[in-house]
Design a protein around this ligand. Structure first.
Ligand SMILES: Cc1c2[nH]c(c1CCC(=O)O)Cc1[nH]c(c(CCC(=O)O)c1C)Cc1[nH]c(c(CCC(=O)O)c1C)Cc1[nH]c(c(C)c1CCC(=O)O)C2
Length: 381
């Protein structure tokens, strides 16, 4: 924390950061996942000018510009670094392409030979490749309004590994799950490498000026989990910082492949940046899975997906737990009274509790800009 971030009372002017420290603020501060994106005409213009999506990510001039676009237009309380979770596999030496209208494509990591061609965790080339990202973070912190929280991010090891193994985001992640069952040791090694590299990646984003970071476990929903019969939130399983082997075989897949690796990253980041604020978004992990994220990973907040009943989750978890989310992106497309009602429902579920307003997944390209304005007007009314 530098002196300029705190007022004389020691309290940050950055509301998202304050909520991450446990304060309930009404109305809650807001940002949107994928807030810099194709629904904005100015983003489409920058994207066309930059050439490819990856050129946009690796050019600090463009990346700073598109990160600032939604802040200028809507005054969101947080800006999220413009980049992608797949720049890490790219830095590890895997070929990554973004195919227009189809999403990301990687050369599938289909066995030990392909794995052997990846860069080792200690290879300095990884972080020279990622240097433009840190430059973008540094410039952003200098250019953003003082009250705007700057968020860095990365993908969770399982989500990134699943793209690396399958080469694309298949709906059920069959390739990743088959490899995890067939050559478990190889997947452990890949996850370990991602834990090491991405811990360093988050530390460097924080050192470059990010106020907090979010870990995206967008594919948590493909991992079977033990659901307690009572429907209660289960207690944490043992010491979450211990390494993945050998007795992990008895753990449910969500714990083994997702929550434990995330816990190791968080412990690793905090060993270097003790007060680092960390949000974990574990999409598709259900009411019980969402309830396990904070106790089992040590995160400061859980990002809630749109499929979870926020009111039920808030009743299940301690009042001190920080939540973020979870307006359905389709409601934002619909607009009108349905949108107002959905905003009110989030406010009602989280009144008096530490919460950050967000969507339950990324905003989609077809969303009218006017609906984002309406959402914020309702929220800030
Ligand atoms: C799974 C995942 C990816 N990337 C990301 C995730 C996790 C979040 C989630 O579940 O959505 C994370 C991400 N991707 C992007 C950001 C930037 C910051 C933000 O505004 O949120 C962040 C945080 C930009 C992006 N990443 C991508 C775009 C669209 C690319 C374009 O401009 O053509 C943006 C703005 C491309 C991308 N990148 C990825 C996919 C599946 C796609 C295709 C989907 C699409 O086209 O909308 C991988």
């Amino acid at each position: 924390m530098t002196g300029t971030e705190r007022g004389s009372g020691g309290k940050s002017e950055r509301k998202v950061l304050r909520v991450l420290e446990g304060e309930a603020i009404g109305p809650p501060p807001a940002w949107m996942m994928r807030q810099a994106g194709r629904y904005l005409p100015e983003y489409r213009a920058s994207r066309a000018e930059a050439g490819s999506f990856l050129d946009l990510c690796y050019s600090p001039d463009f990346a700073v510009e598109v990160t600032l676009q939604p802040i200028r237009r809507f005054g969101f309380d947080a800006a999220i670094l413009f980049s992608d979770i797949l720049v890490v596999p790219h830095a590890l030496g895997q070929d990554v392409r973004f195919v227009e209208g189809e999403g990301p494509r990687l050369d599938p990591l289909d066995g030990r030979d392909a794995f052997g061609r990846l860069r080792e965790a200690g290879d300095p080339a990884i972080f020279s490749h990622l240097a433009p990202v840190f430059e973008t973070v540094k410039r952003l912190r200098a250019e953003l309004p003082g009250e705007t929280t700057l968020l860095g991010f990365c993908g969770a090891p399982w989500t990134v590994a699943s793209y690396m193994i399958g080469g694309r985001g298949t709906p059920d992640l069959a390739p990743a799950r088959a490899l995890a069952e067939g050559d478990t040791a190889l997947v452990d090694t890949l996850i370990d490498r991602l834990v090491t590299v991405q811990t360093e990646y988050l530390v460097r984003q924080l050192e470059a000026g990010a106020d907090a970071v979010q870990i995206f476990e967008s594919h948590a929903g493909t991992l079977p989990r033990a659901v307690p019969a009572s429907g209660d939130i289960v207690e944490p399983v043992g010491d979450v910082t211990e390494s993945a082997l050998p007795d992990d075989a008895g753990l449910d897949a969500l714990t083994r492949w997702s929550l434990r690796p995330i816990a190791r990253m968080i412990a690793g980041v905090r060993a270097r940046v003790p007060h680092a604020k960390i949000i974990v978004f574990a999409r598709g992990s259900g009411l019980d899975g969402h309830g396990r994220v904070v106790p089992e990973t040590g995160a400061d907040a859980v990002g809630v997906d749109w499929a979870v009943d926020l009111k039920a989750l808030r009743r299940h978890v301690p009042a001190t737990m920080v939540t973020q989310g979870n307006l359905h992106p389709d409601t934002l497309i619909a607009g009108g009274d349905a949108l107002d009602a959905a905003v009110d429902a989030v406010l009602e579920a989280t009144a008096g509790l530490p919460h950050i307003f967000n969507l339950g997944h990324g905003i989609t390209p077809q969303t009218p800009v006017a609906h984002v304005e309406r959402m914020l007007a309702r929220l800030r009314r």
